[in-house]
Design a protein around this ligand. Structure first.
Ligand code: DAK
Length: 260
């Protein structure tokens, strides 16, 4: 489908979803959230895609937040609907079977930090900045920030960021575990594509079951989570790729995975 506020490119089994409103630093208005939701549906349904990279168009911002001009005069019910729209789109991205990587190329504030956190992991350029500035605008985060940030960086650091609205740089984000790596801006996309290609070279069903087990396991107690893991492990033995992966190891050759 045609998009106006996002770009969806596909190459070598990788989808690159770029939020594309550079004049507003890729701020998220209603239409942009609807398009993110639709793009995730498209990626989910496309058998030619194994991994999605989420980034921001232009060289200044990943996403500078929810669109403040759009939100300014919302009624309480409109704001609630706007929050629910963003939550649903980000949850769809987080819960889909295919892995997602945020390539954070600049400001990732408010809804932008929340979008990055809905991805499986984050790589930042040295120019990236992270924060949840909402309390400085008289609101709380509304697209999952109060929930995903504590899970990612621990409650103490998350609460400091949520209460102060401080903006942190890429190295601090690395230190607290919000991002996995920091690279030069001109190297960011190649670096992230190389990670995506390493994921794609592995058995797709096993990768997807690993994601599902990690995600679901984080929501339940340790005993239930071990059952989830055991089920995923067992299911792999119904795949051709398990036979290929183990056969290739024993025969000392490279495996040829088919995703079956
Ligand atoms: N919304 C709308 N426009 C934005 C924007 C944003 N978040 N961020 C930047 N822009 C626009 C600016 O207005 C400016 O537009 P023009 O004036 O050129 O028309 C253009 O992008 C360039 O921005 P600046 O001129 O300000 O650029 P600077 O380099 O000077 O500053 C900045 C960059 C990122 C530090 C600054 O733009 C800034 O502070 N932006 C706002 C960052 C922010 O506060 N983000 C968090 C937004 S709040 C909820 C649902 C959702 C949310 C919460 C609740 N519920 C329904 C419960 C989410 C909330 C948020 O994300």
């Amino acid at each position: 489908m045609a998009y106006e506020n996002v770009l969806l490119e596909k190459e070598d089994r990788i989808a690159i979803l770029s939020i594309n409103r550079p004049k507003a630093l890729n701020a998220l208005n209603n239409d942009t959230l609807v398009e993110i939701d639709k793009a995730v549906d498209e990626i989910k349904a496309d058998d030619s895609i194994d991994v999605v990279i989420v980034t921001g168009a232009g060289d200044k911002a990943f996403v500078a937040g929810a669109d403040i001009a759009f939100m300014q005069n919302l009624t309480a019910m409109e704001a609630r609907a706007f929050g629910a729209l963003g939550q649903a789109a980000f949850r769809k991205l987080e819960a889909m079977e295919k892995p997602s990587i945020a390539a954070v190329n600049g400001f990732a504030l408010g809804g932008g930090c929340e979008l990055a956190m809905a991805c499986d992991f984050r790589v930042a350029s040295t120019s990236a900045k992270f924060g949840q500035p909402e309390v400085g605008l008289g609101i709380t985060p509304g697209f999952g920030g109060t929930q995903r940030l504590p899970r990612l960086v621990g409650p103490g650091m998350a609460k400091q960021m949520l209460y102060t609205a401080d903006i942190i740089d890429a190295n601090e984000a690395l230190r607290i575990g919000l991002v996995n790596s920091v690279v030069a801006p001109e190297e960011l996309m190649d670096f992230v594509k190389k990670i995506a290609k390493r994921i794609i070279s592995k058995a797709p069903v096993a990768v997807r079951l690993s994601k599902a087990a990690a995600n679901e396991g984080l929501q339940v107690d340790i005993d239930r989570s071990m059952t989830i893991e055991a089920d995923a492990f067992g299911l792999c033995f119904a795949t051709t790729d398990q036979k290929e992966g183990m056969g290739a190891f024993v025969e000392k050759r490279k495996p040829q995975f088919t995703g079956k």
